[in-house]
Design a binder for this molecule. Structure first.
Ligand SMILES: *Cc1c(COP(=O)(O)O)cnc(C)c1O
Length: 454
């Protein structure tokens, strides 16, 4: 009898609600704080920047389930459910008794999980009469997703792309432009935030924090324009829970329940997306699943950062968020996993981390590509450099199982494919990639400057 490898849901089984873990958390996330008044933020404070419904979702600590609008569900049906795959090939390559599963979000039209939230955000903007949306993007995954979602709902999109990625990954820019978006490398001279940075450092290669500042500034200065964000914020992670809710049903079809759930970590949206639906059973039903976030050693906010109020962007336009952070002025090394080059973690994940409901590990760039190569050859899918971090963490856990002989069930999220990232693989294969680590000194120096913020 041949073994079943892939598990799909029928259209009727695709989730109709997102899961809001804030409602079930015993210690709720501390409130975001208005940078001027220093008062806890109300949804109305966010209305100038974000769609109103998204602002309400952001601060909702009471509704456990939030209805997915019909129009968004219809769009989800173009690529969902995404497959849950039993990684027999990887298990064999590792010689591990562990059962490894991955949720394959790389099958979305844009190649990553980002579309799950982009569609929702574009929909709410359209519904509220917005005509233009702005955003930032690192590697270009979020920009691509938002550009497509904007087109679907008839909105104009303007994207600030981190300069290093704009140059390293020219095809992502082409993808955004193909969907009809306007793309600007950041820092740029088109905003005050960009000008300020370029004046001090003309060769600045940019960061997500800087690009966010530029996009917010444009949104504030343009009528009928809202800002959207692809990670970090609680409403983004809320939309991504469609991943874990599907995986929960698919694992049931496979007749297993995960002992570990693993995802790579930039701001936390694909991690929270796959983890939170399972974590609710730890909180409510006494399950003992481990949740492991895999972050780059060059941007280690969860493993080496501090828990503190900080801005979400470089220029200090966002509310102050209680987060694990390296300091909003932190400039991460130019690793290829552009989506993981962000200084802070979302407020929900930060609280869960503080309460030890989850764990984090850091992964070196070379180790991540080594795992990506192994996975490519074992399963045939070339993973995004970001996703390679989740694979590396999975490999480590599976090898521990090999030592102990334990048949643990590991589920990881394959957040995207790497077919647009072949320059990175080229460099890895030719031996010209290197590791980057942040010294404790550097972190201390950045974090010391945060004191002035509160
Ligand atoms: C953006 C991105 C990430 C990191 O963002 P999170 O919000 O932490 O999920 C990870 N993988 C891929 C493929 C991405 O595009």
């Amino acid at each position: 009898m041949s073994k079943q490898k892939r598990f799909f849901l029928s259209e009727e089984e695709i989730p109709t609600k997102w899961y809001n873990i804030q409602a079930d958390m015993i210690n709720k996330p501390m409130p975001p704080i208005h940078p001027k008044t220093k008062q806890p933020l109300k949804p109305e404070d966010l209305f100038p920047i974000f769609a109103q419904e998204l602002s309400r979702q952001e601060l909702d600590q009471t509704n456990q389930w939030i209805e997915i609008p019909e129009e968004v569900r219809e769009m989800y049906k173009y690529y969902r459910s995404t497959p849950l795959v039993r990684a027999y090939g990887l298990e064999k390559a590792l010689g591990t008794p562990a059962h490894i599963y991955f949720k394959n979000e790389s099958v979305s039209p844009v190649g990553s999980h980002k579309l799950n939230s982009a569609l929702a955000q574009a929909y709410y903007c359209k519904k509220e009469g917005v005509t233009n949306i702005t955003t930032e993007t690192g590697a270009g995954q979020w920009g691509a997703a938002l550009s497509y979602a904007a087109k679907v709902f008839g909105l104009e999109a303007a994207v600030y792309q981190v300069k290093i990625s704009y140059n390293q990954k020219p095809y992502r820019r082409s993808i955004m432009q193909t969907y009809g978006a306007q793309v600007t490398p950041s820092p740029s001279m088109s905003t005050r935030a960009g000008k300020d940075i370029l004046t001090v450092n003309p060769n600045c290669q940019g960061s997500l924090g800087t690009a966010i500042s530029e996009a917010i500034e444009l949104a504030m200065n343009t009528p009928n324009c809202k800002y959207t964000l692809g990670s970090v914020l609680s409403h983004v992670t809320l939309h991504q829970t469609v991943i874990g809710l599907e995986a929960e049903k698919q694992m049931e079809m496979a007749g297993e329940y995960p002992d570990m759930v693993i995802a790579c970590f930039g701001g936390g949206s694909n991690f929270g997306g796959i983890a939170f639906p399972f974590m609710r059973h730890n909180i409510l039903d006494g399950k003992k699943t481990r949740f492991i976030a895999a972050e780059p050693a060059s941007c280690p906010k969860l493993t080496k950062g501090v828990f503190q109020y900080d801005f979400g962007d470089e220029a200090g336009y966002t509310p102050l968020l209680p987060m694990f952070t390296l300091g909003h002025n932190f400039m991460p090394a130019n690793i290829h996993a552009g989506g993981l080059r962000y200084h802070g973690a979302g407020v929900i994940v930060s609280q869960l981390m503080k309460d030890k409901l989850m764990e984090a590990v850091d992964v070196q760039q070379l180790e991540s590509f080594k795992a990506g190569l192994l996975f490519s050859q074992a399963e045939g899918i070339i993973p995004a450099p970001e996703s390679c971090h989740a694979i590396a963490a999975t490999v480590n856990e599976a090898l521990k199982c090999k030592e102990t002989g334990e048949e643990k069930v590991i589920l990881f999220n394959l957040s995207g494919h790497g077919l647009i990232d072949m320059t990175a693989y080229d460099q890895y294969l030719s031996g010209s990639l290197q590791n980057f680590e942040v010294s404790d000194e550097e972190i201390k120096k950045n974090v010391a400057q945060l004191e002035k913020v509160i």
